[in-house]
Design a protein around this ligand. Structure first.
Ligand code: PLP
Length: 385
């Protein structure tokens, strides 16, 4: 069966060069990078070389890169550690954050009695910047603002420069979950206003099980995992050398090929929007995803004009892999993001679909998806499902 993969915001295929770089390391025996002998030093050398490559890719200092097992762990590390190490008294966030941020913040609230405030949103899920400024102005307790750079479901891109400017004005820390943005846009940490950022290799054609936290050099965080002294005492546990090599190569290649690959995927997304409007005119675009300047070019999120929770399953039977939103929601549950930005009428009468693109997709994948979506909507409406 011909299989079409359009769920790249969940995870991407690996580049061949990334696989090769990892196999090279796996095939050789390297020691524990904390061991002082020859085998250990060899591992340490490879890890530090990879850290430099990552730092160069985002114009950061190598010491600002702390390896973690995932984007989830990077977000946990930054949020949980900063309330202890920086004595944060309040966290301001948005209801549209990834669950690794929202659930962590709610857990922190339960256990540490830190104040949590959710920013107001505008109609399409945009952050109300004036509301953020009002919150910061009215309360001077030590605050961490946690807002994602690009939303993983509706693709909205945050105006990080403006948010950073306001955070600086009110002496607040700024964490941004950059998991969906990293590897798809140029990142210059010297110019960006983040104190903290998080990344995950499997979102940019690297392996699962490896990510990193960017922690600006001026800030000292403690490990939330107790154990050895690895990663400057910020993340205990023997480093995942294979993952780190894969991550470094994936980010480096993403950067090298960025302009060409961005153009290619942008074209696919535009074609998908055009074809959807033409073939299924009742489709509604969620958030800012059909605004090419305000949304990430890898994500499109639509409501299709029929309510049926089995749509994803039917499409899967035709060989099409798409999702209802974040992959954190197994089955057909509607995500908190879509619920938050949609009215009851839409939720009761329409089904949300996230289509997410990669360098491996082709125009014919979009044609195949839209053909089957159209057929499915026609069939379900006719048979009153
Ligand atoms: N943050 C965002 C915005 C994501 O999209 C994801 C994964 O979907 C994560 C965090 C979690 O990353 P990981 O899968 O590496 O735990």
């Amino acid at each position: 069966m011909n299989r079409i993969y359009l769920d790249n915001a969940s995870t991407t295929f690996l580049r061949n060069e990334v696989i090769d770089s990892m196999i090279k390391i796996i095939k050789k025996f390297y020691g524990n990078p904390s061991s002082p002998h020859w085998f250990g030093r060899k591992s340490r050398f490879i890890i530090e070389k990879s850290r430099k490559l990552i730092a160069n890719s985002i114009n950061a200092h190598p010491s600002e890169i702390i390896f973690t097992s995932s984007g989830t762990e990077a977000n946990n590390l930054i949020l949980r550690s900063s309330i202890i190490s920086l004595k944060i008294k309040r966290i301001i966030t948005s209801p549209l954050e990834h669950l690794s941020v929202i659930k962590t913040i709610l857990d922190i609230y339960k256990n540490y009695k830190i104040n949590i405030e959710f920013i107001k949103l505008k109609k399409k899920g945009e952050i109300d910047i004036e509301n953020l400024e009002k919150k910061l102005k009215n309360n001077s307790s030590t605050t961490l603002v946690s807002l994602m750079y690009a939303n993983n479901e509706i693709g909205n891109i945050l105006d990080v420069k403006n948010i950073g400017f306001i955070c600086k004005k009110y002496n607040s820390y700024f964490h941004s979950d950059t998991v969906q943005y990293m590897g798809h846009y140029k990142i210059n940490m010297k110019k960006l206003p983040f104190h903290f950022a998080s990344a995950s290799a499997h979102k940019f054609y690297g392996p699962v099980g490896i990510g990193f936290a960017f922690i600006r050099n001026s800030i000292k965080l403690k490990s939330i995992i107790t154990g050895g002294n690895q990663e400057k005492n910020i993340r205990a546990g023997t480093e995942n050398i294979y993952g780190i090599v894969g991550l470094a190569n994936a980010l480096n290649l993403a950067n090298i090929n960025l302009n060409f690959e961005k153009k290619k995927i942008e074209k696919l997304k535009k074609y998908c929007i055009f074809s959807l409007k033409k073939e299924i005119p009742e489709v509604i675009f969620n958030g800012l995803c059909n605004d090419n300047n305000k949304s990430i070019y890898t994500i499109l999120n639509i409501f299709i004009p029929i309510k049926n929770d089995l749509i994803y399953f039917y499409l899967d039977l035709k060989g099409i892999s798409i999702s209802n939103g974040s992959s954190c929601f197994t089955s057909s549950k509607i995500s908190h993001v879509i619920k938050h930005i949609s009215n009851i009428k839409k939720l009761n009468n329409m089904t949300p679909i996230r289509i997410s693109f990669s360098i491996f997709n082709k125009k014919k994948d979009i044609d195949f998806l839209i053909l089957h979506l159209k057929k499915l909507i026609f069939f379900l409406k006719k048979n009153k499902y």
